[in-house]
Design a protein around this ligand. Structure first.
Ligand SMILES: *Cc1c(COP(=O)(O)O)cnc(C)c1O
Length: 388
């Protein structure tokens, strides 16, 4: 396996990390090994493959490549979904323990935390992750702080260095869901976070064709616990999906840079649009997260939040729904991080937080030509062009 020097730039690591070593006649890409079991007898030394629920070489190239990008000292731990990865991280909170979670965390993460509260007596303290004082005040006696930044779907930006430092001082473990920012936007482990978690489904794989998750850490003990959780619960990744995710990861820097540039340009134009009441994107100088994002992120991310100017005849939800229905290029669908641009009114889900405005449209900006994306959005946002 190729382990390029960790000081190489992310664009180089994304292309080279996890490739087979250079051998005359050897393959350039790793194979897709299909094995449930490995030849094995007697005592199994650590690291030796024996049964594919516990470990398989089908995961290693992807796990090594993602670890290189996040700057993790330990091999990554791939899971069958982002939620499986989050469940493994939340399992670090003991029964009766305390978990600190953003109000606007990914909705299924919130639902999972509520389930832990019900079944395991975990106290869940929901905080405004952008309000550093409030988060720090909630850390007393906590077992885990799970940060999302920017948050889904409100795009609040946390003061990552301050929160991670405050948690460390108080002996509270920190995990960062880095799905939105990707390792190209921020690398929380370098700031002292204990764990990074990803929905690989989104930017890392990048083509809306698979569901996977991953956990990264530089702490050998934590890696062993998270890997042990995966073996016990069995939420393991298939060899083909993992191979596809690695193939997607190879172009992450190109895709993400283009998507971020498109998002920033669309956000700038949307802010002037007569059909738009509010735009959220960390690239906008007036955005609540702008200063922090400029200070701590290398790229502003490619999710844009848009609220529509309400049609008094129908109300906010119907106005926003009508915009989605008028789009021809933007795909009406949930999820994010693929090459294609998606648009969704988040509150169409009854489970989305009630503090998310009813007319908030979440735009996952893809890598298409920005003028084509703009033309479609511009038209969809003008109700007078209905049927044009
Ligand atoms: C999608 C998502 C998840 C869940 O990941 P799945 O792969 O869908 O299980 C977790 N966190 C964030 C921020 C997400 O966007």
């Amino acid at each position: 396996m190729n382990h390029p020097r960790p000081d190489l730039a992310p664009a180089t690591l994304a292309v080279h990390a996890g490739r087979p070593g250079h051998r005359q006649g050897g393959p350039v890409n790793p194979p897709i090994p299909l094995n449930s079991t490995y030849v094995s007898q007697g005592e199994v030394p650590p690291g030796e493959l024996a049964y594919a629920r516990a470990d398989t070489d089908a995961w290693h190239a992807f796990e090594d490549a993602l670890a290189a990008l996040e700057g993790a000292a330990e091999r990554g731990i791939v899971f069958s979904s982002g939620m499986a990865a989050i469940a493994a991280v939340l399992a670090l909170v003991p029964s009766g323990g305390i978990l600190v979670l953003p109000c606007h965390a990914y909705q299924t993460t919130g639902a999972y935390a509520a389930d832990l509260a019900d079944r395991h007596g975990v106290t869940v303290r929901r905080v405004d992750i952008a309000d550093t004082d409030a988060v720090v005040a909630a850390l007393d006696g906590a077992d885990l702080l799970l940060i999302e930044s920017p948050t889904n779907p409100m795009l609040e930006v946390a003061d990552l260095p301050a929160l991670i430092a405050a948690a460390r001082e108080r002996g509270v473990r920190t995990a960062v869901d880095n799905t939105f920012a990707t390792p190209l936007g921020q690398r929380p482990l370098a700031l002292g976070a204990d764990l990074v978690v990803h929905s690989v489904t989104k930017y890392l794989a990048g083509h809306s064709d698979l569901v996977l998750g991953a956990v990264l850490t530089s702490d050998a003990g934590l890696a062993e616990r998270v890997r042990g959780h995966r073996t016990l619960h069995g939420a393991i990744a298939g060899p083909f999906e993992t191979w596809l995710a690695l193939r997607g990861l190879r172009t992450l820097p190109l895709r993400f840079e283009r998507a971020c540039a498109n998002a920033a340009e669309l956000a700038r134009r949307l802010a002037e649009h007569p059909g738009v009441a509010e735009v959220r994107h960390p690239s906008l100088p007036g955005d609540p997260g702008h200063e922090r994002a400029s200070a701590q992120m290398d790229l502003p991310g490619a999710i844009v939040g848009v609220r529509t100017v309400t049609d008094p005849g129908t109300g906010p939800a119907a106005t926003a729904d009508a915009v989605v229905a008028r789009c021809r290029l933007w795909v009406p669908a949930t999820s994010l991080g693929g090459v294609e641009s998606l648009i969704e009114r988040r509150r169409r889900w009854g489970t989305e937080s009630a503090t998310v405005p009813e007319d908030l449209l979440r735009l996952s900006v893809g890598i298409e030509d920005v003028e084509d994306l703009w033309a479609d959005l511009d038209r969809a946002l003008r109700p007078d062009t209905l049927g044009v």
